[in-house]
Design a protein around this ligand. Sequence first.
Ligand SMILES: [Zn+2]
Ligand SMILES: [Zn+2]
Length: 138
Amino acid sequence: MEDGTIITRAREWLNQGTGKTAALVAGLALLAGAAVWALRDEKDRKIDTIAAQGRRVLYVCKNPSCKARGTMRVPYEDEWPQPCPQCKETQAVKGFKCRQCGYILERTGAAAIRCPKCGRVHHNQGPTEDPSPPPKRR
Ligand SMILES: [Zn+2]
Ligand SMILES: [Zn+2]
């Protein structure tokens, strides 16, 4: 039976050693390419997610009827004060953790701040945020 000669020849070529190797290499290259693309997309998605979530910072709410304190996420281009996650008033300011008891104190820039919980005096105010830098696209 004389069917499509090109297909027949291609099949014969594929059944030879070199043809098999070439097909295998081509297939692997395609797979590798697809994997690279998939990973790249995954990385971009992660960067978008991290950028959208912002960074975690310690905050103290200045609203006298709220006085919330804890951690929250703010955009990377943050401006203070931020909206308080508890009372929604734009009265949340940067805080730092007491090195002795972990209580979150307002970061005022004063030379010394005394922790109202344990009395420890802080001459150096600790970091307000986790040290991770903003994610960057290549
Ligand atoms: Zn508040
Ligand atoms: Zn303390």
